[in-house]
Design a protein around this ligand. Structure first.
Ligand code: SF4
Length: 279
């Protein structure tokens, strides 16, 4: 395998830590690695291949790429790279481009629907290929931008989990790069000269709001250089008792945490008042 000796130690360390903390890879796993052809997907594959050689567990990797039927699409450079690297792979063809351009009004960005369709095709392919896990190349900046997007525009506290079981319980999605800096992946892509496939053949620009979040974090970082690290740490250091989600309050049972809702005297009084006014 080409160049495995020189992977940046920081990338390997971050991925290794995410894998062990969140049990992302286990013995016997067969993992479909989503290859969009972007820099992050190449980085994901080379890091996982490196770990595959050295890990104490045995697991398989299959690169999966989707040709979405965009005008001007040329997947040849990716195919050639996969062949040269000796990576098992599957290239699928599904015309999601037509669906997206039919459904999304002119002037709106396609990316959200496009990604969902791509995810659906990937899930199906993973099943057909006998893969029990799907690895995606999202990194730290994707997680932080998603956190801010949800916070500012969707009214929820949510980012991107390192490991997620799909709603139907059939698929486990893993994100081994989730704590890796995007700049480290960009540097790796430049150093290895990955043959990157453009993701804007459809004429769509990545979501404007996501770009704004990226710019906001970069601006904050100029004054507070540790802001990214702090945001990332926050995602692994949630204090449910200091949020306002009643569903968490109702189920909380930690011995030294706040009392469950039913035992809370203020809530008990509120309940009593409701009952009194209803009678
Ligand atoms: S830029 Fe185009 S191809 Fe890339 S995710 Fe957005 S809609 Fe899909």
């Amino acid at each position: 395998m080409r160049g495995v000796k020189h992977l940046p130690p920081r990338l390997l360390r971050e991925v290794g830590r995410a894998i062990s903390e969140h049990k992302l890879i286990e013995d016997g796993d067969r993992i479909a690695v989503a290859m969009s052809g972007g820099k992050d997907s190449y980085g994901l594959l080379v890091v996982l291949r490196d770990l595959q050689r050295r890990a104490p567990v045995t697991f398989e990797l299959i690169a999966v790429h989707l040709d979405q039927g965009h005008p001007g699409y040329d997947g040849a450079p990716l195919r050639a790279w996969l062949e040269t690297e000796g990576v098992p792979f599957r290239i699928l063809r599904e015309d999601t481009y037509t669906i997206v351009t039919d459904k999304i009004p002119a002037g709106k960005t396609y990316c959200s629907l496009c990604s969902r369709l791509r995810r659906g095709v990937l899930y199906r392919a993973a099943e057909e290929l006998g893969c029990n896990k799907i690895a995606l190349g999202h990194h730290r900046e994707d997680a932080l931008e998603t956190l801010l997007l949800n916070l500012f525009f969707s009214g929820k506290l949510a980012a991107m989990p390192p490991r997620l079981v799909s709603d139907d319980g059939k698929h486990v999605v893993i994100r081994p790069l989730i704590t890796c800096a995007e700049s480290d992946l960009a540097a790796l892509a430049a150093e290895r000269r990955f043959p990157i496939l453009p993701c804007n053949l459809c004429g769509s620009q990545s979501e404007a709001q996501r770009k704004q979040m990226k710019a906001l974090i970069a601006t904050l970082e100029q004054k507070h250089p540790t802001v990214r690290a702090s945001m990332l740490a926050a995602l692994g250091n949630v204090v449910p008792s200091h949020l306002m989600d009643a569903r968490l309050t109702a189920t909380r049972a930690a011995p030294d945490g706040p009392k469950p809702a039913a035992a809370d005297p203020v809530l008990a009084i509120a309940t009593l008042l409701r009952r009194t006014s209803a009678s």
